[in-house]
Design a protein around this ligand. Structure first.
Ligand SMILES: [Zn+2]
Length: 144
């Protein structure tokens, strides 16, 4: 009897746990996994070691993301393999902030917040097309 009792308890617990995990998984799916920028200084330059992870994760053109970073950092960084070399010493934390802002302005759907978007050009204007809710929003800048 007592073993049947504990089995039932276990099943209840398991069900509760699965519900919890299910909810977390649902949320994680909508959220974007942004890699952590790996920034190092070499001499007077700043090297963004895992730059290429970002165009892949965000599904954006590497050149556009680079253009954005160069404008915001007032630099002339260039792609070298997986990395970008920026001239001058840039604060590592500024990359986090800039990439967060890039995601907000050029990747996330302003209507539903989904990162599953693609861009479209129409008459020189950029648009964000959301694959989750179908919204079509205009993009301010020219960096997506
Ligand atoms: Zn949306």
């Amino acid at each position: 009897m007592s073993s049947a009792q504990s089995t039932a308890d276990y099943e209840t617990l398991l069900k509760r746990l699965q519900e919890k995990l299910g909810n977390t998984a649902g949320k994680a799916k909508a959220r974007l996994e942004i890699p952590t920028p790996q920034i190092i200084w070499v001499g007077k330059n700043t090297i963004f070691r895992n730059f290429m992870d970002f165009p892949k994760a965000l599904r954006r053109d590497p050149e556009k993301i680079l253009l954005y970073l160069n404008k915001e950092l007032a630099s002339a960084g260039y792609i070298q393999g997986e990395r970008v070399i920026f001239l001058g010493r840039k604060t590592p934390s500024s990359f986090n902030a800039l990439l967060d802002r890039y995601v907000k302005d050029y990747v996330q759907c302003p209507v539903c917040g989904s990162p599953d978007t693609r861009t479209e050009k129409s008459k020189k204007l950029g648009f964000l097309l959301c694959e989750a809710c179908g919204a079509r929003s205009s993009i301010k800048g020219n960096y997506a």
